[in-house]
Design a protein around this ligand. Structure first.
Ligand SMILES: *[C@@H]1O[C@H](CO)[C@@H](O)[C@H](O)[C@H]1NC(C)=O
Ligand SMILES: *[C@@H]1O[C@H](CO)[C@@H](O)[C@H](O)[C@H]1NC(C)=O
Ligand SMILES: *[C@@H]1O[C@H](CO)[C@@H](O)[C@H](O)[C@H]1NC(C)=O
Ligand SMILES: *[C@@H]1O[C@H](CO)[C@@H](O)[C@H](O)[C@H]1NC(C)=O
Ligand SMILES: *[C@@H]1O[C@H](CO)[C@@H](O)[C@H](O)[C@H]1NC(C)=O
Length: 442
């Protein structure tokens, strides 16, 4: 019968169309979307999982990560005039999320740190002048039929401050220097990448520009992520290259270590709930939000007006970030917050022997629910922090306020983003917050 052969053919065609469409052109189009998986670096599912680390090792590393991430975000230049531009790095790799994907033809699996504060996608490539330790084999472009080097004449090359280009026919070289002296240098290249590997399938992207890093250095000798996937709104970010204006993620609580968190792009993105504008950030391409105030219970902290204003030199403002473990708040505001929390919480306060956190209580999980509430007032959105978002075990069995003091730039960290579906719309320039049980997001 004709029908019995036509139907599977049509089904095959439809699946080819829906799964293999790609938008190598920079034309913005939001007609298609895809979904991928984020895995917490401390989850046993993560390639970065270190089974010998104790809970207190992990907390200590996540606190250290928050401070060093802050340092590098503050000192990063978006696009320097020098051959090596300083990007916002995400390391050390503790308490952050990795994204698994496939690269090349045939496809090989790899993973990257997701970074909402930078654009370039890069990974370590053979042959290595120098490469740092990673778990998976290093990507070998000579084994891939879809690999191509980008030349100086191509538009992608004009998006980076390369200085080697004397003629159009040369390879386009890139160089990244991170604040902690780690670096990646190599050739801007183009490859097929497959994102997804979820129940809704794979999504193949052709001709994605990325940095093929042949000379990479890292501080420390632990296994590190093979690379980074940038998710800001600059022209070489994954978002811009696939011509999508939306993405969203919902971070499953860290204690649910064996479940990954969905990240959705394009039409699949869930921009749901109250929205707050993304603010212009001068030369930095971070996701700046308007933080108008903070309340403890119903009492507004007496924060001086303008404390969280974005400054032209990038040393101020408030951002939502995928690479910082714990929220960092301007130290004056942090002191007000601690004072009001103490005043409004009737639980046994104790000193933190680990010296990582300032406000800790020795109490049960039921009792910590009774601690005072904290609300962040963004333009258009009130974000009430849940018990899980406020408190962390310090590794010593105490509940400690998981917010750290800083100067300059303030950051909404990943601990405070758990169980909130966060949507980014870079067309309307808004971020949405929707408190949600992220384990239930398909
Ligand atoms: C996605 O693609 C990879 C690489 O080709 C393959 O190994 C994997 O099984 C695919 N996953 C799904 C859900 O189709
Ligand atoms: C490799 O990178 C290091 C660190 O940036 C640099 O000192 C060295 O000159 C580079 N080597 C080559 C061959 O480019
Ligand atoms: C902060 O920004 C607001 C709105 O742009 C402005 O009116 C105010 O003067 C700024 N305050 C400071 C201290 O810079
Ligand atoms: C302490 O909290 C109470 C309400 O619980 C409030 O009335 C009082 O003003 C607060 N005191 C200080 C010093 O913040
Ligand atoms: C993203 O890029 C588009 C196009 O360049 C621009 O109109 C928009 O304002 C940008 N959004 C953000 C949040 O930077």
């Amino acid at each position: 019968m004709a029908g019995s052969t036509t139907l599977p053919l049509i089904a095959l065609l439809i699946s080819l169309i829906s799964l293999s469409s790609s938008f190598p052109s920079p034309q913005k189009s939001s007609t298609i979307g895809f979904q991928a998986r984020l895995i917490h670096s401390n989850s046993p599912l993560s390639p970065l999982y270190n089974p010998t680390a104790t809970p207190s090792d992990r907390i200590r590393a996540a606190v250290a990560n928050s401070f060093s991430r802050h340092h590098s975000l503050e000192s990063s230049k978006s696009r320097g005039a020098s051959p090596d531009w300083v990007q916002a790095p995400v390391r050390p790799y503790s308490g952050v999320y990795v994204l698994s994907y496939y690269i090349g033809t045939p496809a090989t699996e790899t993973f990257a740190i997701v970074d909402t504060a930078s654009d370039l996608i890069w990974l370590q490539c053979l042959p290595c002048v120098e490469c740092y330790k990673q778990i998976d084999p290093i990507f070998d472009p000579t084994k891939s039929s879809s690999y191509r080097k980008i030349q100086c004449s191509e538009p992608e090359c004009h998006a980076i401050p390369t200085t080697n280009c004397k003629t159009d026919k040369e390879d386009c070289l890139y160089g990244l220097v991170y604040q902690d002296t780690s670096s990646s240098q190599g050739v801007l290249s183009s490859e097929t990448m497959i994102f997804g590997n979820t129940p809704s399938g794979n999504y193949t992207l052709l001709n994605i520009a990325f940095g093929c890093g042949h000379n990479n250095s890292e501080t420390g000798d632990e296994n590190n992520a093979p690379g980074v996937v940038g998710l800001n709104n600059q022209s070489l970010s994954l978002l811009s290259q696939v011509g999508m204006n939306h993405f969203s993620y919902c971070l499953v609580p860290l204690e649910e270590g064996n479940i990954d968190s969905p990240i959705k792009f394009g039409q699949a993105a869930e921009i749901i709930g109250d929205k707050t504008p993304i603010l212009e950030g001068g030369e930095k391409h971070f996701y700046y939000l308007g933080l108008q105030g903070i309340s403890v219970e119903d009492e507004r902290l007496p924060i001086p007006a303008g404390t969280f204003n974005v400054t032209a030199d990038g040393s101020g403002g408030f951002i939502v970030d995928s690479g910082t473990s714990y929220t960092l708040l301007n130290s004056n505001v942090h002191a007000m917050l601690i004072k009001e929390m103490v005043n409004n919480t009737n639980l046994p306060r104790v000193d933190d022997a680990t010296e990582l956190f300032e406000l800790c209580y020795d109490c049960s999980s039921d009792e910590i629910e009774l601690a005072a509430s904290i609300t962040f007032h963004f333009t258009g959105v009130d974000l009430v922090l849940s018990t899980m978002n406020k408190w962390t075990d310090n590794g010593d069995g105490l509940y400690c306020l998981a917010i750290l003091p800083t100067t300059g730039l303030s950051i909404l960290g990943l601990h405070q983003q758990q169980n909130i579906n966060i949507g980014f719309d870079v067309e309307k320039n808004v971020v949405s917050f929707e408190p949600k049980d992220c384990t239930s997001v398909g």
